[in-house]
Design a protein around this ligand. Structure first.
Ligand code: GAL
Length: 715
């Protein structure tokens, strides 16, 4: 009796203790299909505050109302040790995507990650350039944790003893179906703060949840047209004369070029930087930039934000910087208006006002050995951790703001971003340089609300150069980063012809790229994304234990099959890059008919094909009824208002439809309605095709010249 009473007492005490820790979540539907849950007392500073963007209400409203995507009560929160713990339900057949810019896998179920801004170090452990705390479920919803802390995720690994779905334990000695990772029915997070905001995005499809997330963060950035052309980053200590010569050579050889990147050598000192021109290499910056613009070339300047004692604003900014330095440069506390005014007015007056078109914001991600340590302090009182998680966001936000005020679009590069950064005019890149993993990152960028470029630097062989170049042309930024190698598109003579044809193809496809980026902006659809988001692609979790040798490795895991080497580019294209040494490859074609991009021939339907494309091609396929608008292979992007001839390519047999976007390509006047969507319809006839395009609306931009209709699928 006595023992029973004691036990009851302990049980009551435990349940009381447990309740004291468990937290109710206050839910509200903040926009159609978007819910916010508040746990405990969220911190004043978080990712959304750092990004400071506002939702695209109109587009979210258009997506419409939806039900909460699962049982709300199944989200459980608790507070222990000053940390918030969150648990989200996970069904047996669910696959998970996202959790930031991962490089090696697309499927994230079973991962344990610490989401932490860093330079990618070769392992998918959560430390990456954009560790966006956002995941998407194959069941069609998304979850975002709005915190500027390093947070831990167990994406379906822990099994609680009180789980309603507790699996039946099995005997490994005798039971072949024993699993080293039994079914876990939860995604769990630990956030080192006494409260947090969470957001849930409805589907019904996974792509809908992504669209809602992107629109909630303002929608993707609409780049200027020139941003979608070709860019070359020149060697770090190039002089004005050398840059001019390089540009001349591009023109002379007939290679497209829209903007040129100057690397650290444009500054009088770098690492840490002065943010002023080097007068030896660039004796007259103003004239140099103006001459470039006259030739149709924009300039993009490299910088990292660490300030040299020789910077003109050093003394004034010094009290507004971190306790710790980076390469002995001081780190401005960009959450302080005065620090921002000093730092950004230098960029504005010295560079942007003389015509510089954008930046490459380097080294805001990490490498623990050079960045400020977690014990650093900042004058605003924000922690080193919060600053590290958001520094990339802050740099993007405030540089973008300068251009926005000038009604001028920019497009540049950045090495760190995070949740909330979707609408910034930047593409992520890094130094890791692994072609295969670059493609997986490109796929995952679509889950992380960011853009990624598989940049080309140098290669061991012409084959590698060409293969990397081909992928790069089907990415958000077509770029050679020759800062140290000095390579040019034509550096490998054995593949020069092919490289040139792909550089020109990039330009020809500009109407398609531009429209697809407009969809990113207005509708939230990522222009580059995983096959898993494509209708007709099988997303089921594959739990088959193929080729596992459990005797040799008793804990070997059944890995579900994933496609991480092919992706969707825009509405209609499926791109399957070739890697060095590969002669053939398999391509998974989802349900529905697919056609060869180059020839229009039927390629397959809901099947896996094996292709041997030769060096001249990167395998690309078009969906049935696909329409690809193309322009002549110009060497520069069309200027504002310039009339351009259009070739409208049509593939397959289904009636084709496409909405073609256009505006001035340079300003934000589209926000005042200065844009047009023109409807293209194509139908097959007995001996060809019949196509029409809607007339331009009154007082809207009309830039179309002659139109040619091309039937690609002949038979
Ligand atoms: C690296 C960057 C390179 C190049 C270089 C210049 O950090 O990733 O692309 O800009 O700095 O020093």
């Amino acid at each position: 009796m006595k023992a029973a009473r004691i036990l009851l007492g302990i049980a009551l005490l435990l349940s009381h203790f447990f309740k004291a820790n468990s937290q109710s979540i206050t839910w509200s539907e903040v926009m159609p299909g978007v819910w916010k849950g508040v746990v405990g007392s969220p911190e004043a500073y978080d990712l959304l505050k750092a990004a400071g963007t506002s939702p695209n209400m109109e587009a979210l409203t258009k997506l419409g109302k939806a039900d909460f995507p699962f049982v709300q009560q199944n989200i459980v929160a608790s507070l222990r040790d000053g940390k918030t713990q969150l648990r989200f339900p996970l069904e047996k057949n669910e696959q998970l995507y996202g959790f930031g810019l991962n490089f090696q896998t697309v499927h994230q179920r079973g991962k344990i990650l610490e989401l932490h801004v860093d330079h990618y170090g070769g392992k998918d452990n959560g430390r990456t350039h954009a560790p966006t705390p956002f995941y998407i479920s194959s069941n069609g919803y998304g979850v975002f944790i709005n915190t500027a802390r390093y947070l831990k995720v167990w994406a379906g690994t822990g099994v609680r003893k009180d789980s309603e779905n507790f699996p039946t334990p099995k005997d490994r000695n005798t039971d072949k179906t024993w699993a080293s990772r039994p079914y876990s029915d939860a995604v769990e997070f630990q956030v080192p703060a006494a409260g947090v905001e969470i957001y849930v995005f409805a589907g019904p499809k996974p792509l809908d949840a992504i669209k809602r997330y992107n629109l909630f963060n303002g929608g993707g950035y609409l780049p200027p047209k020139w941003g979608l052309g070709f860019t070359q980053r020149v060697m770090t200590r190039f002089t004005a004369a050398e840059v001019e010569k390089e540009i001349y050579t591009f023109k002379e050889k007939g290679y497209p070029l829209d903007f040129v990147g100057l690397e650290p050598g444009w500054q009088s000192k770098a690492y840490p930087g002065t943010f002023t021109w080097d007068m030896g290499r660039f004796p007259n910056p103003q004239k140099f930039v103006a001459d470039m613009l006259n030739k149709g070339i924009r300039l993009n300047l490299w910088l990292n934000p660490y300030v040299s004692p020789d910077a003109p604003f050093y003394k004034e900014i010094l009290p507004l910087t971190s306790s710790h330095t980076v390469w002995l440069g001081v780190v401005p506390d960009l959450t302080l208006p005065k620090a921002r005014a000093l730092f950004f007015s230098q960029l504005q007056q010295n560079q942007i006002e003389i015509g510089v078109s954008g930046y490459k914001i380097d080294e805001v991600d990490g490498y623990d050995h050079y960045l400020w340590p977690d014990v650093a302090t900042f004058p605003s009182g924000l922690s080193a951790e919060q600053m590290r998680q958001t520094y990339g966001l802050l740099m993007q936000r405030y540089t973008a703001e300068i251009f926005k005020k000038r009604n001028q679009r920019t497009f540049g590069l950045v090495r760190a971003s995070n949740g909330g950064g979707t609408s910034f005019p930047y593409v992520l890149y890094n130094d890791y340089y692994n072609h295969e993993d670059f493609i997986t990152a490109l796929i995952n960028s679509g889950f992380a609300g960011v853009l990624w470029t598989p940049e080309v630097r140098a290669s061991k062989t012409g084959e590698e150069w060409l293969r990397r170049f081909q992928s790069n042309v089907f990415s958000p930024m077509a770029m050679i980063n020759a800062w140290s190698s000095g390579t040019k598109p034509w550096s490998y003579p054995e593949v020069e012809k092919q490289v040139k044809s792909f550089a020109l193809l990039r330009m020809q496809m500009m109407p398609y790229w531009y429209t697809e980026f407009a969809k990113y902006h207005f509708e939230g659809t990522p222009p580059f994304r995983a096959m898993n988001l494509e209708d007709g692609f099988n997303q089921q979790l594959n739990t088959e234990k193929a080729n596992l040798n459990l005797e040799e490795n008793p804990y070997a895991e059944a890995v579900s099959k994933e496609i991480k080497d092919q992706y969707m580019a825009g509405e209609y294209l499926l791109v399957a890059p070739m890697f060095t040494g590969q002669v053939t490859r398999k391509v998974v074609l989802p349900k529905g008919k697919w056609y060869d991009f180059y020839t229009g021939e039927f390629a397959g339907e809901g099947t896996v094909i094996t292709v041997t494309p030769g060096l001249d091609k990167i395998p690309v396929y078009v969906k049935d009824g696909g329409i690809i608008p193309m322009m002549p292979a110009m060497l520069h992007a069309p200027k504002s208002g310039e009339k351009i001839d259009l070739e409208i390519r049509y593939y397959g047999e289904k009636p084709g439809q496409y909405l073609l976007y256009d505006d001035d390509g340079e300003t934000f006047n589209y926000e005042k309605g200065q844009y047009s969507w023109r409807q293209i319809n194509i139908q097959r006839t007995a001996n060809g095709i019949k196509g029409n395009i809607s007339a331009p609306e009154k007082n809207k931009p009309n830039t179309l010249g002659k139109i040619i209709w091309t039937l690609m699928t002949k038979s």
